[in-house]
Design a protein around this ligand. Structure first.
Ligand SMILES: [Zn+2]
Length: 301
């Protein structure tokens, strides 16, 4: 009898073990499938473009999809500290690519102060000089920090990444002899997945015409509209070639130049571009995962 009980207990133990093993296996399978489901649903890295409200001037801080960063221009002198703080508050300690589109004070004035507390990687400027205190001081500061200035011109690839896949290219300046400084503006195109963001500095008709002639693909989903919305920029052919869904104009409230000009606004509206303005919307943040585009503004109009 005792032997039979022992046998029964043994059989029961075996059955329980097999059951437990099976349960464990299905638990592992469950955990495994859950983990891979979680892996698959990880959000795609984002390209985030902060069109900063710097009054009458220009400054855009960009977080690239692989974590690298870029600062295009830094407004007038008094805006520099605020730009630096904005970047630091995002948890960024470094600007990998610093671009001064052209040496006008509403673009480079605040640069020295903006980068004061930040590490800087590469610096790009067009090959043109300005006989101003602001420009000389910026060059001196960059020199003191051991930073060499690379020439910004059409055809230069600033950055690329295979995973996530994106590229940063310069589309202008195409030439090296312009009447005004604005047409020397470095024009930046970022392509990420199926979307593209274009930053045109203060490029005017001469540069826009050259970009059109160069055969470069100018089409973009998002555009930083040229020269604060001046009618000297945004010629009809250029606007049509860009064909952006979203456009941002960086300008100050009641500025002395009457920016943005009605003619330029009309050309973009005719092309179906939804416009945002830093004088009305404050800072505008446009981001993308490579397919969808999100727009966030500091203020509603
Ligand atoms: Zn400007």
């Amino acid at each position: 009898m005792k032997k039979n009980i022992k046998k029964l207990l043994c059989v029961l133990l075996c059955i329980t073990s097999v059951f437990l093993l099976c349960s464990c296996e299905s638990l592992y399978e469950y955990l495994d499938s859950d983990l891979s489901a979680e892996e698959n649903s990880l959000p795609a890295p984002r390209l985030v473009s902060h069109f900063l409200d710097v009054g009458q001037g220009d400054s855009t801080f960009i977080q690239l999809p692989d974590g690298r960063t870029m600062l295009i221009d830094a407004g007038v002198t008094d805006e520099g500290d605020g730009i630096g703080k904005y970047i630091s508050d995002l948890g960024c300690k470094r600007i990998d690519f610093l671009i001064a589109t052209h040496p006008h004070s509403d673009h480079i004035g605040g640069m020295r102060r903006a980068i004061k507390e930040l590490e800087v990687g590469e610096v790009y400027m067009p090959k043109v000089t300005a006989d101003t205190f602001t420009y000389e001081k910026l060059l001196k500061e960059l020199g003191n920090r051991g930073l060499k200035v690379k020439t910004a011109k059409a055809g230069v690839r600033i950055a690329s990444s295979a995973d996530p896949q994106y590229t940063v290219d310069l589309l202008a300046p195409c030439g090296d002899n312009y009447e005004g400084l604005n047409d020397y503006s470095a024009v930046v195109m970022i392509r990420y997945g199926g979307v593209s963001f274009l930053y045109t500095g203060d490029a005017e008709l001469a540069s826009e015409t050259e970009m059109l002639k160069s055969g470069a693909d100018l089409s973009a989903d998002v555009v930083k509209i040229g020269h604060h919305g001046s009618s000297d920029s945004s010629c009809e052919e250029f606007v049509a070639a860009v064909g952006a869904s979203y456009g941002v104009i960086s300008c100050g409230e009641n500025n002395d130049y009457g920016h943005p000009h009605k003619q330029a606004l009309k050309r973009w509206e005719k092309a179906g571009t939804k416009l945002y303005r830093t004088d009305l919307n404050g800072t505008v943040i446009i981001s993308s995962d490579g397919s969808e585009i999100c727009v966030d503004t500091e203020r509603q109009e």
